[in-house]
Design a protein around this ligand. Structure first.
Ligand code: PGA
Length: 258
């Protein structure tokens, strides 16, 4: 087993109003002590972040994440949210390059790369999402896609900066579909990504970088997936909307390391 600390993150997407976020956290936070064997992260919508931060930041057991961030510092960018705004509410992580941002909002690797660099410059830990569509996988393009996403999204990010980067491998065909990658498919893709980090950076970066799995992760499959050599946690959508279910996934991570 590796010595990478598992990281389990809830991506609430466009769900949980401020009131709903508060109710979730009132139930969820008391379930875990301040010090846990895994890093727990919650990414509410921008509007629910201040409400969530009021509970999350003092709790210390959980860290706050944004789901996106502008690469620009400030100015005339209607509808965007800056790093300074996120910092002020207590954000530690930023999810970047999610497949929904890529496919629905036209984000390409160049934009994601600018965001990753801006996040790092502001002291955040980017959770960089990568993953192939079913068409790409069936067309034999899995490795090509992952390689160009990793190299494009991480262009000009140094080996030293990689200490503060988390990668989420999320096969697009598994996101929100209820179809989870099989343990073999997930492990194979994670090992390939780790190999890319070795090729792009070095052995130390490859060994230290945490790679989450995302795509219909749920209490029923979390223990099996997190037991695999190259899977270091989860980025959870649907199953993270209910406190009990997200807590069960976090617990699977804790059980794995203890
Ligand atoms: P899902 O979403 O768990 O609902 O499949 C995961 C994600 O998109 O991060």
């Amino acid at each position: 087993m590796s010595n990478r600390k598992p990281i389990i993150a809830a991506n609430w997407k466009m769900n949980q109003t401020p009131t709903e976020a508060k109710a979730f956290l009132e139930d969820f936070l008391p379930r875990f002590p301040e010090e846990t064997a895994v890093d727990i992260v919650i990414a509410p919508s921008f509007l629910s972040m201040p409400m969530a931060a009021a509970q999350i930041v003092p709790s210390k057991s959980v860290a706050l994440s944004a789901q996106n961030m502008s690469p620009e510092a400030s100015g005339a960018f209607t509808g965007e949210v800056s790093a300074a705004m996120l910092k002020e509410v207590g954000t530690s992580y930023v999810i970047l390059g999610h497949s929904e941002r890529r496919s629905l909002f036209g984000e390409d690797d160049a934009i994601i790369n600018a965001k990753v660099k801006a996040a790092l410059a502001n002291g955040f830990t980017p959770i960089l999402c990568i993953g192939e569509t079913l068409e790409e996988r069936e067309g034999g393009k899995l490795e090509e896609v992952l390689k160009s996403q990793i190299q494009g999204s991480l262009a000009d990010v140094s080996a030293e900066q990689m200490v503060n980067v988390v990668i989420a491998y999320e096969p697009v065909w598994a996101i929100g579909t209820g179809v989870t990658a099989s343990p073999e498919q997930a492990q194979e893709a994670h090992a390939f990504v780790r190999g890319l980090l070795k090729e792009t950076y070095n052995d130390d970066v490859a060994a230290a970088t945490r790679i989450q799995y995302g795509g219909s992760a749920k209490p029923e499959n979390a223990a099996e997936l997190i037991a695999l050599e190259d899977i270091d946690g989860f980025l959870v959508g649907g199953a993270a909307l209910v406190s009990e279910s997200f807590a069960a996934i976090v617990q699977a991570g804790i059980d794995q390391v203890s």
